[in-house]
Each structure stands twice: as C-alpha cells, then as structure tokens.
Design a protein around this ligand. Structure first.
Ligand SMILES: *[C@@H]1O[C@H](CO)[C@@H](O)[C@H](O)[C@H]1NC(C)=O
Ligand SMILES: *[C@@H]1O[C@H](CO)[C@@H](O)[C@H](O)[C@H]1NC(C)=O
Length: 588
C-alpha cells in the first residue's frame, strides 16, 4: 500500500467515501485526487496537488450548474416553467418565483387559484370553486385544493361561486329598516326601509336589455298600524262620542227581543250631522224598529236591517255585475283560499295587504319572504278548487304595499290572453250613492264566488253604529270572557275604534273569511250602467268578532257588525307619487 492509499483509507474512515473516494472528489488521469467544481462553476482543468479543488470558472449569465461536477459547460437557464401553455402566454398556471442563478435554474410555483397535484412534476390544477351557499374555508395552496364549507343559515352567506370568497356575515338591518328577506346561506339579508314608499326602478339596466318591466316596491308607513288601526284613532273616537246628544240603551232583562229604548242622560245624538238624513227618517218611522236593532243578547233576529234594505236589480244591471264578477278571483295558497283579488291595469291584482302577509309571513314572525308570492296564485273561476281552472302566479319582485290602508297591488308576470277584463278604479269621489256591492269568496258556508248586492253605506254617527255601540258596551264583559285562547283582550277594548277613519267606507253586509280584498263596487252612473271600484274590502268591525267562541258570538248580532275597507280615492292619493305610466295603467 502506498502512502497515498493509506491516507485515503484514513480519510475515508472519517468522511463518507463513494467508490473509495471522499465525497465531491474525483481521481484524475494522473492519479491525483481533486475536489469537483462547486455548483455555479464549470471545469477548466484538474488540480495540480492532491485534495485541491479543480480549476473552475463561473457560469456566464443565463447559464447554471446545479451540482458539484467536472462539467465543462454550464446549462442554459430555462426560460419558461415546466407546465407552460405555449398557446396562451397570458394564462399560465405557473409563474417564475425565483430567477435563474449560476447555481440554480428558475423556480416555479402554481399561481394563486391553482394548486399542484402531488407526485413528481405534478401539474398545476385550477382551484375548485365553492358554490353559492358555501364559502372557502382554506384557499388552494401547495399540494391541496380549495376546502369549502357550508355557510351557517342566518349567520353567514356566500352569493357567488368562488375559489377565494369566504362565507360573509349576514347584514343586520338597523332599527329603521325591517327584514325584507331573511339571510340564507346563498344570499344576504334584504333590509327594506320602514318608512315611506320606496320605488326601485331598474330603468337603466333593464331597459338596456329590452326588458320593459319596471320594478316597484312600495311599502306603506309603519307595518302593523293597519291591523291595529284602532289604536291610532282613539283621539278621534273620543271626540265623536262627546258630540253625541242622544243614544240608545237597551235593557238586558229581556234578552230575546223586546229591549226598550230609553234616553241616556250622558250621551246624545247629534241630529244636525250631515249624514243623518237617512237616520232621521228612520227614527221617526218607528221606535219599535230601533229597539229591534239594538238587540242586547242572544237573538234570532239576525240581519233584519239587511232585509229592509234589499234592492232589486234590473236585467241590465245583472248583466253588468255578472261581467264584473268574471274579473274577481280567489287568492289561493297551497289549496287554501286566503283572500279575494281583482284584476286591474295591464297585469295587476288588487287585494288586501294582510292577505299578502298571510302568504309571505304565515306564522307572523316578521319574516317577509317575498319569494313565497310565486307559490300563491289567483284563480278566477267560480269554484276556486276547480281542477281545470287556470292559475296565475304573482311576481315576487314587483308589487305595491300600502300598509296604512291595508292594500296591496301584485303583478302577474306572465299574463295571457285569458286574463279577465280589468275593473275600472274610481279615483274621484262618488256622490249620491248609498249602497255598494261586493264580489268575493268566503261567504259564510260557501267557498264559491259570491255577489253581495246592495250593502248599505254607513256613517260613523249613524243610528246603526250607535246601536252597535250600545250592544258592545252592554256586553263587553261577555266578549272578554268569550275571546278564544291566544287573543289579547285589548282587541275587545278596541271595539269599534277606527271605524270613523276618513279613509274607510263602512258598510252593512255579510262577507266572511276569504272575502278580504273584494272590490267594493258602486253604480256611479245608473242611467248608463257604469259600475266602478270605489274601495277594497279589508276588514270587519268589530275586529274581535271572529275571535269569539261560538256561544259568545250571539251577543253580537249581525246588525252590529260592519264591513269596511279603504276608499279608492284614498288609495289613489297614496299612489300619486308613482310614475305617470303606472298611474295611467291602474287608474287611466
Ligand atoms: C427576474 O429577473 C427579471 C429581469 O431581471 C426581473 O424583472 C424579475 O423581477 C426577476 N424575478 C424575480 C422573481 O426575482
Ligand atoms: C352579493 O351580496 C352582496 C351583499 O348583499 C351584494 O352587494 C352583491 O350584489 C351580491 N352579489 C350577487 C352576485 O348577487
């Protein structure tokens, strides 16, 4: 063994040797052991002494050597990443993250929105999108694709398909607004201003695309006032009471029929009132009739007044009303009639707002899910459950709500040639009309469409109303007792409050559940047989009647119950801020 071999052996005992030589060394042809050129340098010639580094020279720009070697040439740097798409230079999945140096080639990574599949030289793959309703939990990175998660109903939402959008927190409507649509995983809360009418017209964007439709969203003042309109009117009511000079009180001794008329010292009837022409005559004609009207207890005499006032109709008027009847439909939600509506304008339906609320917020939780409107429909057939009848659905985007008047105007998005004729809305006041007619569903005991002819119009200081008050005050304890479970007794206390609102037509007729939204029709020109809509039936007085148990209902005879609804003149006034186009369509 030569000395050299001996040294080598000793060295290899200390450092790792490959093929009997220490790492990064090589044996020259002459038998010398030289160190390889380090990365970044190319080989020029062997070393001249054992264990020296070979003579090397740095790679020129644009060239590199990544390992220790005796390579005589550097390699050209790569100009592009391995997965380059040569056809689309702007749409590369990978980008150079480290430039070439003499010792390293370019380094590439998948650009944001891509991830590298595992394995040697894995391709860059486009990151998966999280669909609407799901958000990004972890962005795609390194060797892992996007991780999605479901947004939390009512808490977070994501309304786009995206590889980087997380679930966002739902908007909380502030106190001035109310929730128009609740937050769902795929869409944010929709807050609607709780004040005057909002009209959202998408004129620019929609018209540009040829769509003619304008979206309008009208919300009347203060949700809730209407259903309890009485509260607001307390002050007015007290004033009316003080003005009265006579009133009628009935005896509770004989509950069947013969209650007596007596004068009451503290309350009187104002006989000079302008509405009293009719009542004056009536009170002259018979005291007996008055006492009959003021029935104070369980009674068989239901509807006396109505019989007295029944009218007859000529063939001509019959034909006219029959024609109007075709334009009135039942508003149906999952096989249940929730109200009545009638066709107006090009493709609109007028009904009571509380009928609409029954559809969009059936459990009365303040959740206003307008998309439910699409599931409700109007059917114009006599029998709303006729399987062959045509149903028209409502638009969930286009409607007007007037909460203070309890009126809603809905739109039929896809009308067809079969839609019945529109009814004419009367925007001017009508004089000299003392009866009106109603067409609606929900007549007691029959779900078909009904015509209620000649309902007497009542005035707040009329004899009938005074009678009703007398009966009400006398039996108020019974009404409190008879209120069905779940109803607030304040309902009874309110009694007839609100009946004297100037916006209401008060009338004497007998429509029940399902009739809300019926047109109140008047013959505004008898000689020409012109019948127009002068109001919309929305409620009955007293409100608590339908919340009484059967037994206690008898303490409130039919002649103490009145139907009411906003006058068309009031609806017209409320709508004047709408565009000329809409006004002409509805009232033109
Ligand atoms: C690589 O070099 C080019 C040209 O000198 C320079 O514009 C670019 O920013 C460099 N890239 C990186 C990742 O350093
Ligand atoms: C997603 O919701 C936000 C917040 O409500 C809204 O501004 C945006 O227009 C919505 N985007 C889409 C595509 O619906």
């Amino acid at each position: 063994m030569t000395i050299k071999e001996c040294v080598l052996l000793a060295l290899c005992a200390i450092v790792n040797c490959v093929n009997g030589l220490p790492a990064n060394t090589y044996r020259t042809e002459k038998g010398l052991i030289c160190y390889l050129c380090p990365p970044g340098k190319f080989f020029v010639r062997d070393c001249s002494l054992d264990y020296e580094t070979a003579i090397c020279s740095p790679c020129p720009n644009g060239y590199y050597i990544a390992i220790s070697s005796v390579a005589e040439r550097c390699q050209p740097c790569s100009s592009v990443c391995p997965n380059t798409n040569y056809e689309s230079p702007d749409d590369q999945p990978e980008i150079i993250t480290v430039n070439c140096t003499s010792a390293t080639d370019i380094q590439c990574e998948c650009k944001p929105g891509f991830w590298r599949e595992s394995g040697f030289n894995g391709m860059c793959r486009r990151a998966k999108l999280c669909e609407e309703g799901r958000g990004v939990k972890a962005l795609a990175t390194g060797n892992s694709d996007t991780v999605c998660e479901h947004c939390e109903p009512g808490q977070t939402f994501s309304n786009m398909s995206s590889a980087n959008e997380k679930c966002r927190p739902c908007t909380q409507c502030d106190a001035l607004m109310y929730v128009g649509r609740v937050c769902l995983p795929n869409r944010d809360t929709e807050c609607i201003l709780h004040s005057t009418i909002i009209t959202t017209k998408t004129t620019t964007s929609l018209n540009k695309h040829g769509a003619q439709k304008t979206l309008h969203l009208g919300i009347g003042l203060g949700f809730g006032t209407l259903f309890f309109a009485g509260i607001v009117i307390v002050g007015v009511w007290c004033r009316v009471r003080r003005k009265r000079k006579h009133a009628y009180r009935s005896s509770s001794k004989d509950q069947l029929s013969s209650s007596k008329r007596t004068h009451s010292s503290e309350s009187d009837l104002d006989s000079t009132s302008k509405d009293d022409g009719f009542n004056e005559n009536l009170s002259k004609t018979s005291a007996l009739r008055e006492s009959d009207h003021c029935i104070s207890g369980p009674s068989g005499d239901r509807g006396i007044l109505k019989k007295e006032k029944d009218n007859t109709l000529s063939q001509c008027m019959m034909d006219i009303y029959r024609d109007k009847m075709l334009s009135v439909g039942a508003i149906v939600r999952s096989n249940e009639v929730v109200g009545t509506g009638f066709r107006v304008g090009k493709q609109c339906i007028v009904t009571a707002l509380h009928v609409v609320m029954e559809i969009i917020d059936p459990r009365k939780c303040g959740e206003h899910n307008f998309s439910k409107l699409k599931k409700a429909s109007i059917v114009f057939s006599d029998n709303p459950f006729d399987p062959s009848a045509r149903h028209y659905n409502f638009s969930a985007e286009s409607f007007y709500f007037y909460e203070d008047l309890d009126v809603a105007i809905l739109e039929i998005p896809h009308p067809d040639g079969m839609l019945p004729k529109k009814l004419t809305l009367r925007k001017e006041p009508v004089d000299l009309v003392d009866t009106v007619s109603l067409i609606g569903y929900g007549h007691p005991g029959n779900s078909n469409k009904h015509f209620e002819n000649s309902c007497q119009i009542l005035y707040s200081n009329s004899h009938e109303i005074n009678c009703a008050h007398t009966v009400f005050r006398k039996n108020i304890d019974k009404f409190r007792t008879g209120l069905l479970r779940g109803y607030d007794s304040s309902m009874v206390e309110r009694g007839y409050q609100g009946h004297d609102s100037p916006h209401l037509i008060l009338m004497h007729c007998f429509m029940e559940h399902g009739a809300s939204g019926s047109p109140i029709l008047a013959c505004v020109n008898p000689s020409e047989g012109i019948v127009e809509v002068v109001g919309v039936l929305t409620r009955g007085f007293p409100e608590f009647y339908f919340c009484l148990d059967k037994r206690h209902k008898y303490y409130l005879p039919d002649n103490c119950r009145f139907e009411a609804g906003p006058r068309m003149t009031s609806i017209y006034e409320r709508m004047t801020s709408q565009s000329n186009e809409i006004m002409a369509d509805l009232f033109g």
